[in-house]
Design a protein around this ligand. Sequence first.
Ligand code: C2E
Ligand code: CA
Ligand code: CA
Ligand code: CA
Length: 275
Amino acid sequence: SKNTGRNASNLFRDGLNALIEKRRALQADLEKALEQDELELYYQPRTNAQTLDIRSYEALLRWNHPERGIVSPVEFIPVAEACGLIIDIDTWVFREACKAATNQLKGAHISVNLSPLQFQQKDFVEKFETILRETGADPSQLELELTEGMLVEDDIRGLSIMKMLKTLGLSLALDDFGTGYSSLSYLSKYPFDTIKIDRSFVAALGHEDNAVAILKAIIGLGAGLGMKIVAEGVETVEEAVFLRLNGCDQLQGYLIGKPLPIDLVICDAPQDKVA
Ligand code: C2E
Ligand code: CA
Ligand code: CA
Ligand code: CA
């Protein structure tokens, strides 16, 4: 039994070493990916629930790995967060989105995800301001998606960063709404323009008794606070019809469209007007 114990701990150590080695390799690959242009933004449409126009998109990161093909952000963003590379990556993402806003997606609205680490950097507002100036993008075309975990209770510093971003003319969205522990007062304390209802609530429609009441309440709350409401993960016609009839502003999900490379994106925005 002494022997099996040692075997088990050896196995554990081998497994752990393999895991650490895999992470290290992924991190080294990721550093190269940024230099060698292997990262790409895909754009997923957010349709206006009433007119069904498509003038808004969420930019989602993809990695074209030379050997592994397309790698999902779910796999590499945690690694990039852990080693700090996410800061350079998110800066690259914002710049790409700004370029698209003056080019293929002129007149459209683009939202980009912001990592908690980026939000904590002292110089990030200035950096984004510089990118806006250098690319000539219209700030009103761009929205940053934050998650509630990025703000602590009564976050004075977070609030002041949000105000600076708003002063630049950017809009702010609260992503994955309903998945954290935020109280309702959270919504009135911080200057969000948009609430993105997490897809778990949409998926619950037709399966869980309370889903209808919860969705109606979130939509009513957002409307009352003057915020735009976007539903994520809309996959069925029934979901889309319910959300439209109940006053949700925008729909995002596979039913409307999957994230696509920029060359395949369809945009209804008039090229000379902002959505
Ligand atoms: P997220 O911000 O919540 O993005 C929505 C995710 O849901 C995307 O996954 C999208 O492809 C997926 N999705 C959209 N519609 C549907 C649907 O109808 N059904 C289902 N099941 N899924 C749908 P993706 O692209 O794999 O991104 C995963 C997460 O990675 C994102 O979640 C976001 O947290 C993070 N991420 C993606 N791009 C970036 C980025 O540029 N920077 C940072 N910091 N994070 C990013
Ligand atoms: Ca998002
Ligand atoms: Ca989300
Ligand atoms: Ca998320």
